[in-house]
Write a protein that binds this ligand. Structure first.
Ligand code: NAP
Length: 248
């Protein structure tokens, strides 16, 4: 039995930003259970991150948790330093951390605009640039960005969020071209509505009737696609929509 278990082990070193809650947490759990070395990055939810670590340990899986505000270059550097010192490599970076805000465009302040771009877009720039130093050197790696349906279609009253997410998809395509010769794949996943804290205030029942699959997505739906993108070897520069057919 033990031998069969070993066959499934992928043993990749994977960083998940914003791994404490929601989609990031589901990604951490799935990839840790697949036998990878997962580094869960969190910012404010220390207790939840510790609980996830404990829960996985009870299942025989070890993960690392590391606090860093990924909207700050210096903290991202510390995160990458920790991973390299411990594991000597980074196989996969999952840029998942993000915030949302619903507000009329005319009322968004400079501070709110900057915070959104800093957290949802510049964080991807910082994490990707810092991680790439260690991927390009070995001509191998995968970057998976979690963008959003709003980056593709635009979301009313979420203009700053939509702009940041469209920026991520643009980065994904351009970087995929630049990094292809280095054998590094870059892809985005654009979720529709997923049942997480981010959506706790929306009318889920009303929304369901607009979605062909008549349901709200689960964080695990996104995690499964992440796993596939890690395993696949010939997909790059793509924005993969997982939205129950809400936007086709
Ligand atoms: P969530 O439940 O609100 O979780 C957000 C995560 O991001 C938390 O783990 C949080 O960590 C982390 N985070 C926020 N700011 C951070 C920072 N500065 N540094 C490090 N971590 C930070 O949201 P979610 O629904 O799982 O969303 C995850 C990603 O999917 C986001 O990029 C979001 O835009 C995208 N997305 C979600 C949906 C959806 O319907 N839920 C749809 C499309 C796209 P702490 O709590 O530790 O601070």
């Amino acid at each position: 039995m033990e031998e069969n278990k070993e066959e499934n082990i992928q043993n990749k070193v994977i960083i998940v930003t914003g791994g404490s809650r929601g989609i990031g947490s589901a990604i951490v759990k799935l990839l840790a259970n697949e036998g990878n070395s997962v580094v869960l990055n969190y910012n404010q939810s220390k207790e939840i991150a510790e609980n996830t670590k404990r829960e996985l340990k009870e299942q025989g899986k070890e993960i690392d948790i590391f606090k860093a505000d990924v909207s700050k270059r210096e903290e991202v550097k510390e995160l990458i330093k920790f991973v390299i010192e411990k594991y000597k490599k980074i196989d996969v970076l999952i840029n998942n951390a993000g915030i949302s805000q619903v507000k009329l465009f005319t009322q968004i302040t400079d501070e709110e605009w900057d915070r959104m771009i800093q957290t949802n877009l510049n964080s991807v720039f910082y994490c990707t640039q810092e991680a790439l130093k260690h991927m390009i050197a070995v001509q191998s790696g995968a970057i998976i960005n979690i963008s959003s349906i709003w980056g593709i279609t635009g979301g009313s009253c979420e203009v700053h969020y939509s702009a940041a997410k469209a920026g991520i998809d643009g980065m994904t395509k351009a970087l995929a071209k630049e990094l292809g010769p280095s054998r590094i794949r870059v892809n985005s996943i654009a979720p529709g509505v997923i049942d997480t804290d981010m959506n706790k205030d929306i009318m889920q029942e009303e929304l369901k009737s607009e979605i062909p699959l008549e349901s709200i997505g689960k964080a695990e739906d996104i995690a499964k696609c992440v796993k596939w993108l890690i395993e696949d070897e010939y997909t790059t520069g793509q924005v993969i929509s997982i939205n129950g057919g809400w936007y086709i």
